[in-house]
Design a protein around this ligand. Structure first.
Ligand SMILES: [Zn+2]
Ligand SMILES: [Zn+2]
Length: 652
């Protein structure tokens, strides 16, 4: 509708309609309506008539007639915290400039849980330099400077940043005649914004670490200095965050894996894990459990080769879509690739004979060792490796079997996560991408099949529009660990493409050949990564059924060694994983060592135990069971392990 005499109405979410806003900033408009709200707000999101949205400063003047709605954002909104962190990176840069006027700044974005700024400086920055920078930042924050935005032409900007090659390069890369700069005290930065209104909105911050970073992430470029930090609206949030990273450091699976001799990495094979005897114990327990639950659910286990001909990868589409992540080898002048995925192998097994609808669903499970190229820079313990074992499965099914099959996979996922102690997870449904194959009808069916199954299983979920694979939609499961981090592990994908590409068929009831549907799914994802997650989730204190050493026997002195040895032999015979500490050391030292080794249970043997032919149990995570008979203890042990208890429980 035509807007008469420029009197325009804008809707402000939760505050209603405002008019006569000519020339007023969002802050001033809100101030007139509600002073408290104006003071609380951090930034705003404007919505245009065509539905387009944009985050802006509160100082923004909404003169554009196409603006329909304004939404204010407050400290509790995620975007506010991002804006706060990005603004704190400017404050840090301002402080650095004050201390080191010759500095040349590159970029300073907000990131997950914080911010950084990259800069060039002819001086080594050490952790000791962070405190003076923080002190300078505090001064800037308490001066309560406003973040002032200014739109200028590119050539004006080039004059301002004429000494700074990084900003000049950034300005050249901007596809507009105008650029925006932000002023905060004496500090001017090239930035698209938005920012918090004033520096005093930073309630608490901390500079965390220093690293080197190449300009634009390219190792051919100059190495810059990067300082990481984090900022919050209040001190309590900062404290909680710092506690969490402290706990995460103690839980780092790379350190625990080394301390407990579970696995190692070597320069001779970067990114390829070496599994030590104790690590293999954990792996094998997981695999035994995996095998059992798959047998119970009607899967047949297969194993396919690691090296397969290049031709196969052309057929599967990996050559076109995945080549950069693959390794290649030559055998007798023929070209082969090392498999990055297990699907084509499973399809070759399927294709080795003519199948009938009566066999469906066919469920092939494979612990498939795959190799994928990852850049050296991103390798990270067991979380990012170059070879790993997927707990993969490929299911060939009839259309009308899909719903039931997906529900059955979801039930397996729930059961397995529960057993490993992950009670908290969420689900994402990724739907059709723009670039896809198959008819809309097919996609409708596939998406609704997946969604129905999610609903039937009472899972809370979020839809990721357009994020499905080109051959079909998928469900991803994200588990939450004890440090409230999430990990995507399980995925279920519906695939219409590969059956087509490989021309696989089955004989239908009508005696004609038909195309089956294929499901790809993993539950733990990668066994290696999952062990890393388990270690961090439990800070290495694995449940009894998974612990590589379950019990440490600690005789109080060498007088009780013989009785301790009898207990050891009996438990060993029963198959428990057990160690005896016969060192001439105090009991306290032995307990301390067993605790460091994260052994869940200790058996203490002293005079009282020897005389009464009993043992005393000490639980690593607190509580003793005094003078219990060995056979009673074995009973308790057996029940805990059989039931895969997360925490040791004393049964009566
Ligand atoms: Zn900025
Ligand atoms: Zn697959």
């Amino acid at each position: 509708m035509e807007n008469k005499n420029n009197k325009r109405n804008i809707i402000i979410e939760n505050l209603g309609e405002v008019n006569n806003t000519e020339g007023l900033s969002i802050f001033d408009i809100v101030l007139e309506k509600d002073k408290q709200t104006a003071k609380k707000a951090i930034l705003a999101e404007i919505e245009f008539k065509d539905g387009l949205k944009k985050f802006v400063d509160l100082t923004f003047i909404p003169s554009d007639l196409e603006i329909l709605k304004i939404k204010l954002l407050f400290p509790e909104d995620k975007e506010s915290l991002d804006t706060l962190n990005h603004s704190t990176s400017h404050i840090m840069a301002a402080a650095i400039q004050k201390l080191y006027p010759e500095v040349k700044f590159a970029i300073g974005p907000s990131i997950k849980d914080g911010f950084y700024y990259d800069f060039e400086l002819d001086k080594v920055i050490t952790p000791d330099d962070l405190k003076p920078i923080e002190d300078e930042m505090k001064k800037i924050i308490s001066s309560n400077y406003s973040f002032i935005r200014q739109e200028i032409t590119k050539s004006e900007a080039k004059k301002i940043f004429k000494e700074n090659p990084y900003k000049l390069e950034l300005i050249d890369g901007i596809n507009d005649n105008n650029v925006s700069i932000y002023k905060c005290g004496d500090f001017i930065d090239l930035c698209s914004g938005p920012h918090i209104p004033t520096t005093s909105r930073v309630g608490a911050f901390k500079l965390l670490s220093i690293a080197g970073a190449y300009w634009r992430g390219d190792e051919k470029n100059k190495m810059l200095i990067r300082i990481y930090g984090t900022a919050f609206f209040n001190k309590e949030d900062l404290k909680n965050y710092l506690d969490k990273i402290e706990r995460a450091k103690l839980s780092d699976h790379r350190k625990i894996g080394k301390d407990l001799e579970l696995f190692s990495f070597h320069d001779e094979a970067p990114g390829f894990p070496f599994w030590h005897p104790k690590g293999m114990i954990i792996r094998n327990i997981i695999v035994d459990y995996w095998r059992k639950i798959h047998q119970e659910n009607g899967y047949q286990e297969i194993q396919t080769p690691i090296i397969l001909s290049n031709q196969l990868w052309h057929t599967s589409g990996h050559w076109d879509h995945y080549k950069e992540n693959m390794y290649f080898v030559k055998i007798e002048d023929n070209d082969y690739a090392i498999k990055p995925m297990n699907c084509p192998g499973a399809i070759l097994i399927y294709k080795s004979k003519q199948h009938s609808y009566k066999e469906f669903p066919i469920r092939y499970a494979e612990l498939g060792l795959v190799h994928r190229h990852e850049k050296s820079g991103v390798l990270h313990g067991l979380f990012r490796v170059r070879n790993f074992t997927q707990d993969d499965a490929h299911i060939f099914a009839l259309d009308d079997q899909l719903g039931k099959e997906i529900t059955s996979i979801i039930n397996m996922i729930k059961e397995m996560y529960n057993v490993f102690g992950f009670k908290d997870y969420f689900v994402e449904l990724s739907t059709r991408p723009d670039d896809r194959i198959g008819s809309d009808e097919m996609w409708d069916k596939a998406e609704s099949k997946l969604e129905e199954a999610i609903k039937e299983n009472n899972l809370s979920y979020k839809i990721n529009p357009g994020d499905g694979a080109f051959y079909g939609p998928k469900i991803d499961f994200h588990i939450k660990d004890s440090l409230e981090r999430t990990w995507q592990c399980a995925t279920i994908q519906l695939d219409f493409a590969m059956p087509e590409k490989f021309d696989i068929t089955y004989m239908g009831e009508d005696n004609l050949k038909h195309r089956p549907v294929m499901l790809h799914r993993v539950i733990l994802g990668s066994i290696e990564r999952f062990i890393g997650i388990l270690i961090e989730n439990y800070s290495g204190n694995l449940p009894l059924w998974l612990a590589p050493v379950q019990i440490a026997i600690l005789p109080i002195s060498d007088k009780y060694q013989q009785y301790a040895q009898e207990i050891y032999d009996n438990l060993k015979k029963e198959g428990y994983r057990i160690e005896i500490d016969n060192r001439i050391e105090s009991l306290n030292k032995k307990i301390r060592q067993a605790e460091l080794n994260k052994i869940p249970l200790m058996i203490i043997i002293g005079e009282k135990e020897q005389d009464s032919l009993t043992i005393t149990i000490r639980k690593k995570l607190g509580g003793d069971i005094k003078n219990i008979k060995l056979e009673d203890f074995i009973n308790i042990l057996r029940k805990n392990i059989e039931n895969k208890k997360t925490y040791f429980e004393e049964y009566v």
